[in-house]
Design a protein around this ligand. Sequence first.
Ligand code: MG
Length: 365
Amino acid sequence: MKINNVETYLLDIPLKQKAITDSQTKLDSVEFVVVRIDTEEGISGWGFNWNYTKGTRAVQAIIDDNYAALLMNKDPLMHKKLLNELHYTNHFIGQVGVTRVGLCAVNLALWDIRLKVSNMPLWKYLGPVKNKVKAYNTDGGWLGASTDELIEDMNKLIDRGFDAVKMKLGRPDPREDYERVKAVRDAIPSNVKLMTDVNTVWDLKTAKVWGRRLEEFDIYWLEEPMNPFNKRDHAILARDLDIPVAAGETIYTKYDFRDYIESGAVDIVQADATKLSGIDEWLDVAALARCYDLEVIPHTNVQQKLHVQLAAASPNVPMVENCYESLSTIWEEPIEVIDGYYTLPEEPGLGCKLNDSILEECRIG
Ligand SMILES: [Mg+2]
């Protein structure tokens, strides 16, 4: 096969749901960079990446200005060799950050071509260990919601069949977080798993004191309590607390995951294929975690069918996050959650193509 065209789209997609708020962010739209890789044989692969803030134009630039020319006339089925070559061209502009976010979009497009040639969806190509994937939901737990709204939204999700829900922490006074968790725990059934997410704003002392106090509420995990670059503090905290410490959505390489895992700094590995360099590196991290008997529970399903399919093919992935549900409508073949479980796609390919109307109406570059 031979690549004969690389096309990119920069999109700004408005969110059509209640404001999304955590300790770092308030969102009303999400940026996407989409890459389409065409071949002489007529098969096209679609890849993407996404971002909470502005600035994704830099990712589009690295694909257009560097990766596109290097991909031309190459065999897309040699995808690991190709991606290695692209990675090493980033020597002097950085091998993480926007270069890697772009590399992931290319990785997904090359996988889409491979899967279409193989006539299989990703999970069947990799070899499934299950044929449905459990979902947990975060859309009922935003930081800006009042305690009454939290309880109402959580119970609506539970009525829909979710038995695991997450709420955001990180209000300026941790006493407020404590009271909100207490109120939610009291208001939802005791068999429903309740997870918490600080989005990195606590220091070690705050995380020790308030993490310890939250233990009385049977919390399933404490997510991103502190600055993710400080592995040492995570190792101290994870040893100190009985609540499992979760991290991964801002860990960008398998080497960083190795250091977290080896030092006992993480109990729940939240590897995100779109923050790593794509499917191959995610599989490396999942295999590493398995050697330590750790669960991998990927970050978000903004990526729709990506993590759900990886979960179906990985023995140590018990569930995948479900949130930003209004974004489901942007995909050509959106994924469904029925009674708390994702259904898996049967169509060949990665299944991550956005609607033509979104590609047109939301395009800003
Ligand atoms: Mg999080």
